[in-house]
Design a protein around this ligand. Structure first.
Ligand SMILES: NC(=O)c1ccc[n+]([C@@H]2O[C@H](COP(=O)([O-])OP(=O)(O)OC[C@H]3O[C@@H](n4cnc5c(N)ncnc54)[C@H](O)[C@@H]3O)[C@@H](O)[C@H]2O)c1
Length: 433
């Protein structure tokens, strides 16, 4: 029997950034609620997990194992640098056709972005004016806290989850002196240390302080710092991140195990893509791309590990490029060239050409991450939620304790299933379904 608290009342989903991903996510949920679209790709809506063993085994959907919030109970809110409401944003993004947006036009129009906590130094290519005036970073966090409290009250929400689906900020390397403890982080916020405190950290800080789980969907290092882990422990709130695992990295984390399990060698993996949406525009800035690159590069090294198989994986060349190319808008095209070698070192090549739709792949992840973080909070899980690694390109792990991230897609899936089983009062296991 599950001892997770029931998902009663409304769940406020407050999203930082009301761009392509967020507007696609919101439109899909609202359309699904009306029975006008299917939430394809969402694990919480479709996947079935085996519970029990032998003659007791059965396959159940997540909400038959644990109490998951109903789509009808979701209330959306957002912050953005630009004032466009969710309807305008969905139209501008050109991800969905108008016929798939118009049936929920009124509901989308009602989602008007709150003023953003923003600093142009973190995303130079954006210049909207729907921005908060803040005395310092501390004030920025306090204003966000106020937004969350107000939203919760005005919408009669029982619980809030905050999801970052805003632009990728410039890379902020972890600095132990500032990011190492809550006290140091708070002191830096009060001292208005703009260099080390990204606006995203103010959102995360505010969310946790207001008793809301925080999810980082971009590659920002926001919650990848000991100060945030401490805060999550203190507030008993789940945190998850980072970077939605959607297109090329999903393929990589599912394909690399083929090479690894068959003990084939790898001499190089070159990934490149073209993308023309606003995300692509922001990532065209080298400092912002650096954040993405760090996140994308981490995937292979923990699946094909040189130290474990020196003959097969020493010194492979791994390169990731993103190219801004406006004509393709959200319809990204990715190319992977994989140079492998086999018996007696003979070389072979594999080419993967993925013509995907970025926001169509990201939207179900938003839904699952939100619903599962809310579930985790109700089940008393807090801190880094490793079971959500399945959805993330660069999964959080406590590096101060020597933890390594799990990037292997199928190992991540086992972690996800076992967490659901445990929360549902079943035994975790690794049996083959
Ligand atoms: N779509 C995918 O497949 C995918 C995969 C992994 C990660 N992501 C990440 O998701 C994020 C969103 O992607 P998108 O395509 O929707 O981008 P987008 O540019 O369409 O939307 C991002 C929005 O965030 C807003 N924003 C930026 N900084 C903000 C701040 N401080 N506060 C409030 N709003 C802010 C921008 O004004 C913009 O409207 C990006 O960081 C992207 O890297 C997307």
């Amino acid at each position: 029997m599950s001892n997770v608290k029931k998902a009663e009342g409304k769940l406020g989903v407050m999203v930082v950034g009301l761009g392509a991903v967020t507007s696609t996510f919101m439109t899909g949920v609202l359309m699904a609620r009306k029975g006008l679209a299917k939430p394809v790709g969402s694990m919480t809506q479709y996947d079935k997990i085996r519970v029990g063993e032998g003659e007791n085994k059965k396959y159940l959907k997540y909400n038959e194992i644990v109490p998951i919030a109903d789509l009808n109970d979701i209330v959306f809110g957002a912050w953005d640098v630009y004032p466009a409401n969710a309807y305008e944003s969905a139209i501008n993004a050109e991800v969905l056709k108008e016929k798939d947006i118009n049936p929920v036009k009124e509901e989308l129009e009602a989602i008007k972005p709150l003023k953003a906590a923003f600093d142009k130094n973190y995303a130079a290519r954006l210049d909207g004016d729907n921005v908060k005036q803040c005395k310092d970073r501390w004030d920025m966090a306090q204003q966000i806290r106020e937004d969350i409290r107000k939203f919760k009250e005005e919408n009669g929400c029982d619980r809030i989850v905050v999801l970052w689906a805003a632009s990728t900020e410039v890379y902020v390397p972890v600095d132990e002196k500032i990011h190492g403890s809550i006290e140091a982080l708070e002191a830096a916020m009060k001292a208005d240390d703009k260099e080390h405190i990204a606006p995203s950290m103010c959102y995360a800080y505010a969310a946790l302080k207001e008793g809301a789980p925080f999810i980082m969907g971009a590659p920002n290092t926001t919650v990848d710092i000991p100060a945030m882990w401490q805060l999550a422990e203190e507030t008993k709130m789940p945190i998850a991140g980072k970077d939605f695992k959607t297109g090329q990295t999903l393929v990589k984390s599912g394909f690399a195990p083929i090479i690894g399990t068959r003990c084939l060698g790898l001499s190089g993996w070159f990934s490149t893509n073209i993308l023309g949406n606003r995300d692509g525009l922001v990532l065209d800035e080298p400092a912002n791309f650096r954040t993405k690159e760090v996140s994308k590069l981490s995937t292979l090294e923990s699946i094909l590990v040189p130290e474990e198989q020196p003959d097969l994986y020493t010194d492979y060349y791994h390169k990731v490029r993103i190219n801004y190319y406006p004509p393709r808008n959200d319809n990204k095209e990715g190319w992977d060239n994989i140079d492998i070698f086999g018996w007696m070192g003979y070389p072979m090549q594999i080419k993967i050409n993925f013509l995907c739709r970025d926001s169509i792949l990201a939207a179900p992840l938003c839904l699952d991450l939100v619903l599962l973080s809310d579930l985790a909070a109700r089940s008393g899980r807090y801190g880094i939620q490793r079971f959500l690694s399945f959805f993330l390109k660069s999964p959080m792990h406590d590096y101060t304790k020597g933890e390594v991230p799990v990037n292997h897609l199928f190992q991540q899936y086992v972690m996800l299933k076992n967490a659901i089983r445990e929360m549902g009062g079943y035994k975790a296991d690794e049996l083959i379904d």
